[in-house]
Design a protein. Sequence first.
Length: 446
Amino acid sequence: MRLIRLALPVYVELLTAVVAVGLIDLLWVSGLGSQAVAAVTVATTTEYLALGVILAVQTGTTVLVGRRDGREPITPVIRTAWLLWAAVSLAVAVPGVLLREPLARLFTGDAVTAGLTADFYLISLAGLPVFFAQSLTDGIFKGRGDTTTPMRTALLCNALVIVLDPLFIYGLDLGVPGAAAATVLARTVTLAVALPLLSRRTPRDRPARANRADAVAIVRTGLPMAGDFLARSLAGMVLVEVVGGFGVVALAGYGIGTKIMLAGVMAFYALRQAAMIRTARSGDAGPALGYGLAAGLAVAAALNALAVPAANLFTGDPAVAAEAAGFLHWMTLYLVPFGGLISVGGVLQASGKGSRLLTATLAGFALQLPVAYALGAALGLTGVWLAMAAGAALTLALVAGPGLPGPVRARLSPGAWRGRRGSGPSNAPGRAPRSTRTAAGRRSGR
């Protein structure tokens, strides 16, 4: 249950920080017309992809802080992470702002929409360092076992966006750029609240500098997770092209279905982060695979029950609603293995086996995408949905199959987890003082 207690705040945070901010912007700009909605959709999708770049630093820092907290000084890791944040922010934000107009034209051929997208980019991409800084701050909190504070700051940011969006878009008559300005300002205020909290709660280690070894360790640990994220994003874009070949109605239904499904899928990513934190801090995440499969089954059952009414909330077109509901019904075959896969990913990441996850993800897409084209031609959209399920099942088999290293497999075993409970302070959420621990990081009773 410790894993669930860690995961619940993460789930709320992901829904608010990842999903809700973009939806709030879309809601408020919808009164400006379809071109404004299209511009914000393109721009927020691009920002979501940019998150994959900082993910390497964020997750790598979370794992390293979790491993060292209470055992070794964590200040060098944190200072190194902030230097990496500065480098990544400059590398992404500066070219993004300078190339905003050609970037916007990549996503749309409509001149008006491209112009609005570029205006949004000018502010949103310039504000990426703030977004990245909040992500890193949250990662440090999580490395120390605190998932509640990131949830609270995400809720604060959402509340600010809800208030500031209408003020900037309509009150100050800024239009689409006003949505970007409101979001950046809300994130800046949230970061101004979060950083002092982080400073007060971070232990005062002896003076230590950022160093190359920690930079390499952060990037090496976090890079597979970032690669997995980007691979999934790119495969999703290819899948949109495949579904688009079946017509506008099919594509609209798929878009609505994926938005509805995202609310459930975030539970898997919450379990992944919780498993990563638990594994990094105590070496034991509990039965992450079992929790993931159970979550997949629960989400699939809920979506099957709510598919039709949920789809009708997003569209008044019966044909589009039928396509969305059909997609959600077929996703039962996909969600169960996908839930297990995503949850296990956190254990692999914290165990230094993230490259195995990335390799399996790429192998799954190597099967899924060609099969989607082939079965789509033979069976229609049903073939595409079956290809998604086959890709997820293959990836899970490669990740959690017989080739999994013994120590990592032990961390996924419910029996091993039960056997380790109560084995001593090294497994407790709170750390004992370093003076009470054994030297050189060894744990008693292991």
